[in-house]
Every structure is written in C-alpha cells, then in structure tokens.
Design a protein around this ligand. Structure first.
Ligand code: FAD
Length: 267
C-alpha cells in the first residue's frame, strides 16, 4: 500500500512580520519548518505502518517549493517517510492555490500513480487557505475527508475520525482517497539519532516541471486565477481599560458609568 504525505515548508509563524512600506512578508532571517499539520499527517502515516504491517505500507512525502524545501522533506524522512520527492522549478513561482494544486496533482499522478491514500495537513500555517488538498482531490477525482484526527484502514476503505465543532464524526471512503489531518492524538516528534542518520540514506529526488511533463500554461503566475493585491497587518489595538473585579458592586458601577459616559446606553 502506498501513502503519499503532502509536506509544505513554512516560515515559523510567530517570527514573520509584514513590511508596512511594501506590504510584503519579511522572510529574511526567519527559520523555515515543516508545517505542523503536515507533521501530524506524517505521524499518522507512521502509525498506520505500525498498525498494519501486513499492508507493507510505503510512505512517500511530496513537497512543492524552492530548493531549500528539501529540508522539510528531510524531516519527513527522519519521522518515518521512506522517500521524498521535491517538485521545484522557477516555472512554479507565483502559483496561487489552484496552480499549486495542479502542480502537486501532476506530481502525484506521475510519481506515485498507484497511490492508495494521500494524507495532507488540514491547513498551512502561512497561507492558511486549507484549499490545496481539496483542489488536489477534485483534480485527481478521489473522495476527500477533511479535519481527520485518527485514520484506520478497513479492507479497501479508509475510516476517519473527523473533528467537528460539536464533537466527532466517523466517516469512511473507498480508496484511493485524500484525508486532511488535524492534531488529534498525533504529535510532533523528536526523531532518534538513528532515525536522523538513516534519513540521510533514504531517496530524496528533485523533479522539474519538464520532468513531470506539466503543461507550462497550467502552472505559475499566469495560470493563477487569484491575485494578492495587498498584505497588511491590522493596526495594533491599545491596551484598553481593565476594571478591578475584586468588589463586584464597585466594578459594576464603574462599568455602568463607563458605558453611560461613552454613549453606549440609551437612558
Ligand atoms: C496570486 C498568488 C501568488 C502566489 N505566489 C506565491 C509565490 O510566489 N511563492 C509562494 O511561496 N507562495 C505563493 N503564493 C501562495 C501559495 O499559492 C500558497 O502558499 C499555496 O497555494 C498553498 O496554500 P496554503 O498555504 O493556503 O496551503 P493550505 O491549502 O492551507 O495547505 C493545506 C495542506 O496542503 C498541502 N500543501 C499545501 N501547499 C503545499 C506545497 N507547496 N507542497 C506540498 N504540500 C502542500 C499540505 O499538506 C498542507 O498542510 C501565492 C498565492 C497567490 C494567491
């Protein structure tokens, strides 16, 4: 059985700032990491390998990104993936979610055409759209289940415990299928020294758009139906006024006065 894990490299979210002059992200000096939700997807894939030894599961991590995204794939190999494939080409630059989905879909279809299951993160912590996996599933014509927290394999079907606002759903789909992973019981692990060393011996290959025979008109900026006009950080709010609540009567009076003086009450 073949499981593809979609792995995106992202900047460490809390270290990214927006340049107020240009409206672009300041990436200099910011560490890149494997998107945490992709780590949960990989942790789930590693668990499936242990839970179903009879299925002889092979885990293939695929990323689309610049050459340095190899580091995200290396982390996948350290965490249990068997192979890493990086889709990297200047022709992919400027891709929006649709063009990104197209490129990744072509990568999966060309490199792992016999895949059984694709596990992706529920969202990337930088772009945050949560659209890429859904668009890949549509383009591949396979069923998709989102917000998974636990995955089981039952014959030719994948069973997913899915997080919803009021609790959980149990859904199943025939394979091949795509599932996006939330945290659940999955964890971000620290790989052992042996796993770190072994990862360096595993296959990690890079493919260009030409290697995958991707039509140039389907990728990159010109194939992107959406455009980012502006990125900006909302103006920071002032600290506000905190009313001491140790004496509820005094606090209530103070709040009442505040609302009255500032015109929030119609008397
Ligand atoms: C007009 C436009 C131009 C853009 N230009 C650029 C650009 O030049 N450079 C740039 O870096 N970004 C660019 N972006 C952003 C880029 O399109 C998104 O980062 C990308 O489509 C992924 O979307 P997301 O981050 O919202 O992922 P989500 O949909 O939130 O990701 C969910 C999951 O999908 C999978 N996934 C998503 N992206 C990848 C990936 N690349 N490889 C493997 N798995 C993935 C992962 O499993 C991830 O956890 C551009 C966006 C727009 C709209």
């Amino acid at each position: 059985m073949k499981i593809v894990v979609l792995a995106k490299q992202v900047p460490e979210a809390d270290k990214v700032a927006v340049d107020p002059e240009t409206g672009t992200l300041i990436r200099e000096g910011v560490t890149s990491i494997l998107n945490p939700y992709c780590e949960y997807a990989l942790d789930q894939a590693a668990k499936l390998k242990v839970d179903y030894p009879e299925l002889e599961i092979e885990v293939i991590a695929i990323s689309m990104g610049p050459p340095q995204a190899k580091m995200a794939l290396l982390r996948c190999l350290e965490l249990g993936a068997d192979k890493g494939y990086l889709l990297s080409d200047r022709k992919f630059a400027g891709s929006d979610v649709w063009a990104t989905s197209t490129a990744i879909k072509e990568g999966v279809a060309n490199l792992v055409p016999e895949f059984d299951l694709i596990l992706a993160g529920k969202q990337a912590i930088d772009g945050d759209t949560a659209q890429v996996p859904a668009e890949i599933a549509e383009q591949l014509g396979v069923p998709q289940i989102t917000y998974g927290v636990d995955v089981k394999i039952n014959n030719k079907r994948v069973e997913v415990k899915r997080e919803v606002e009021t609790g959980y759903q149990i859904l199943s789909a025939r394979m091949p299928a795509l599932v996006t992973m939330s945290k659940g019981n999955n964890i971000r692990r620290i790989p052992s020294m042996r796993a770190v060393l072994d990862a360096r011996k595993k296959p990690l290959e890079v493919f260009s758009a030409d290697d995958l025979n991707i039509d140039e008109e389907k990728i990159g900026l010109s194939a992107s139906p959406t455009q980012v006009d502006k990125i900006f950080a909302p103006p920071s709010k002032t600290g506000g006024e905190i009313v001491d609540g140790s004496d509820p009567k005094v606090a209530a009076r103070k709040l009442f006065e505040y609302l009255k003086v500032n015109g929030f009450l119609r008397m």
